[in-house]
Design a protein around this ligand. Sequence first.
Ligand SMILES: [Fe+2]
Length: 304
Amino acid sequence: MIQVKRLRHLALTVTDMERQLAYYRDIIGLAEIGREAGRAFLASEAGQLSIVLEQGGVAGLARLGFDLPADGDIAAAERALVAAGMPAERCTDVAPGCPVALRSRDADGRAIELHVAFHGYENRLPLPGIAPLKLGHVACFSPDPAATADFFTGQLGFRVSDWIEDRFVFLRCNHEHHTVNFTRGPDARMHHMAFELRDAGHMHRAADILGGQKVPILWGPVRHGPGHNVAMYHRDPEGNAIELFHGLDCMTDEALGFWDPRPWHRDRPQRPKTWVGLPRDVWGLPPSQAFLEMHRLQLPEEKG
Ligand SMILES: [Fe+2]
């Protein structure tokens, strides 16, 4: 079976390239490592390609890029996708540091890319802006979250971490609680994407940067229930919801079957489970009306 190991990057369709590039470079704090006709490539301070901006007509998620093991067998992955009835188009040099990729689609028709033999960007200077550790996870709507979870577990090697009732699933592909989430909705649009910060001090600095740029903070900081990450949300200039987080649950040893113990866990040990009822968050105020209105098709209590 294909074993996805981590999220590499997201490709976003943007309607105003210069505005979005300025936000992801100067406020989020990513390095512009490449530019070609209608596309811009941005990497984290740690040198990892994180965001690809692609000029287009409707702002939103264009593609999810995942890493297979660095020495992964791309031909075997191609065979596995074809055997599952999925498209598999082998590509080369799709982005800086991404010499070989397979392009396919998930159960909702969302475009995905699987990468092997990747390498980092040789950035050695601190970056201005928030400068997150990495792109951490992406949450999307799905008409059938259970079927999408079956695809990600059955075809791409993910494991189910938590459910919120029967409508919001958190999936992991490594020790971190979630790399992809799916919440019930009418189509496959992105719900939010999330950058990982180092700690509470980094979160405080991020809030100061957003405040200084007059970017409204729409929710948080709050410590969530599922994943127990401390999270804070705002929007990018084209309306994509952006989460900044730290302190996500980890399962260092899968054989134990529970998250590394933390003082704020209510269950001891804290195992993967289905969360029912409110409140789920450990602390923090409920989402603002502005946050809820970002996802008008969402039920008021839905979040991630
Ligand atoms: Fe999230």
